[in-house]
Ligand binder design. Sequence first.
Ligand code: NAG
Ligand code: NAG
Ligand code: NAG
Ligand code: NAG
Ligand code: ZN
Length: 466
Amino acid sequence: MHLRQAIILLGLLTVQALAQLATYESFLQVASDWPPGPGAVLVPQQPDDELTAMMAQVDPARIQAIITKLVSFGTRATMSNQTDPLRGIGAARDWIASEMRTFAATSGGRMTVSVPNYVQTPSGSITRNTVISNIVATLKGSTDPNRIYVVSGHYDSRVSSDTNFVDDAPGADDDASGVAVSMELARVMATHTPAATIMFAAVAGEEQGLFGSAFMASGLKNMSADVQGMLNNDIVGSSTADDGTTDPFNIRMFAQGIPSTENLAKITSRVDIGAENDSPIRQLGRFVVEVASNAVTQMNVQMVYRPDRFLRGGDHLSFIDQGYPAVRFTEPHENFAHQHQDVRVVNGVQFGDLVQFCDFEFNARVARVNGVALWSLAQAPGTPKGLTLDTSVLTNNSTLRWTRDPAAAGYEVVWRASEDAFWTHVVPVGKVSSATVLLSKDNAQFGVRAVGANGFKSPAAFPFAE
Ligand SMILES: *[C@@H]1O[C@H](CO)[C@@H](O)[C@H](O)[C@H]1NC(C)=O
Ligand SMILES: *[C@@H]1O[C@H](CO)[C@@H](O)[C@H](O)[C@H]1NC(C)=O
Ligand SMILES: *[C@@H]1O[C@H](CO)[C@@H](O)[C@H](O)[C@H]1NC(C)=O
Ligand SMILES: *[C@@H]1O[C@H](CO)[C@@H](O)[C@H](O)[C@H]1NC(C)=O
Ligand SMILES: [Zn+2]
C-alpha cells in the first residue's frame, strides 16, 4: 500500500498540505497525489498556565468537607423538611447557597447566586405539592455572556424506598460527590474571568424524575439561552468496585448518539449521510476526551456511546430533551450496595451511601476533568454554526461552508475515517467561512472548529448536506 496524501484548497486560492498518512490504514480516496503533505495528525489541545494553576487549587480536603457537611443533614430526600435548620433538604439547600455566596463574594461581581424554585404537583413518588429548589452560581462571561456552559450535580438523596423521606439518606456518592464538583469549581473559578458564561448548579428532585434539572433546562430554553454544553456529575465519588478492586484514574462519560429532540425527517437525513455518531453530544464528548485526558487531570476519560447506564437516567437527559448537548460522568465501577439503600448491616455487609466509601482524591480528579473541559469551552470561541457540506455535484473533493464568527481568530477542518471514534487529523484554514478539502466526503467524516486568539479551540461542528 503506498503512502497516501491529501491536500487542501482554501477557498480557491491557497494550497496547504495535509497529513502524510503513512500509518493510516483505511480507504480514504484522495483526489491528488500532490503535494506530499507535512504531518497534520491532531495533537490534543493542552490546558494553558492559568487553567493548570486553577486546577492545582482543586482540593480533595474541600471535597471531603462538602460531602461530610451534606451528609450531616441526615436526609436530603426531596420531600424531607424544607424549614428545619439542621435536618432535611431545606437545610442542605440553604448551606449550599450560602457557600456559593461566599465564592461569589470573591468574584468582583462577576458571579451571582440564585435559588430558583417551583412547586411540583404530585407525580410518581412526589405525593404532595413540593417545592423544588435549585442553587445556581452564574459566572458571567466577559466577552460572550450569552453563550453558556453548565456543570451540575443533584443534592437530593434517597434510601431504598423513594417515598421514604424520614430515614437517614446520606447520599455521599449519590450525589454529594457531584455537588462537590460544582461547588469546588465555583470556588476556584470565581476569581477568574471566562469569555463565555459558566453556571455551577446543584439541583433537586433528581431521584423522583429529574425535576430540578428539567426546570432549569426548560427555563434556559424559554429564555432562548445558547447552552453549548452541559456536564452532569452523578456518582463520581468512589473508585472502588464491589469486589474491592480500585480503578482510580478512569472516569466514564456517557454520551448519547441521536438527540431525543430530532424528528423523523432529521433522523432520516442523519442516517442518509452516516452521521449517527456525529451528534452535538458526541462532539462535546470528543472535545472532553481531547482536552481533559492529560497530566493536569491525571484521568482517562472513557466515552460510552449511550445516554446512561441500563435502568438509570440523570440530569443531562433534561438538557438533551431541550436540544442542548449534555454528557454524564459516573465512576467506572459502581457498588450497588452503596446506592439507593437503607443504611443497614446484613450478614456483616454494610449497606448505604456512606462517606466512608468515598475517595476524595478520585473525586477531585473528576472535578479537574470537568474544570478543564468547562474552562476550555468557555475560553474558546463557540462551536461553529451554520455548517454545511456541499453535495450538489459528484466530486472527489469536499466543500464546507459555515457562518463566520467575528470572535474567532481562525478555523480548523478536522477529519477522521468514517469508522474512527475520534478526530485524527486537523487542517488550519484561516479566518474564512468556507474551505475545500481534496479528500472525498464519501470516506471521511469532516468537522469544523473555531480557534480563539488565545489558542483555545471549540468543539467541532458536524456538517449536514447543504
Ligand atoms: C420542619 O421542621 C420544623 C422545625 O423543626 C418544624 O417546625 C416543622 O413542623 C417541620 N415541617 C414538617 C413538614 O415536618
Ligand atoms: C417553559 O415553557 C414551557 C412551554 O410554555 C412551559 O411548559 C414551562 O413550564 C416553561 N418552563 C419554565 C421553567 O418556565
Ligand atoms: C474520483 O476519483 C476516482 C478514483 O480516484 C477517479 O476514478 C474519478 O475519475 C474521480 N472523479 C472525478 C470527478 O474527479
Ligand atoms: C472539485 O472537484 C471538481 C470535480 O471533480 C472539480 O471540477 C473542481 O475544480 C474541484 N474543486 C476544487 C476547489 O478543486
Ligand atoms: Zn444520582
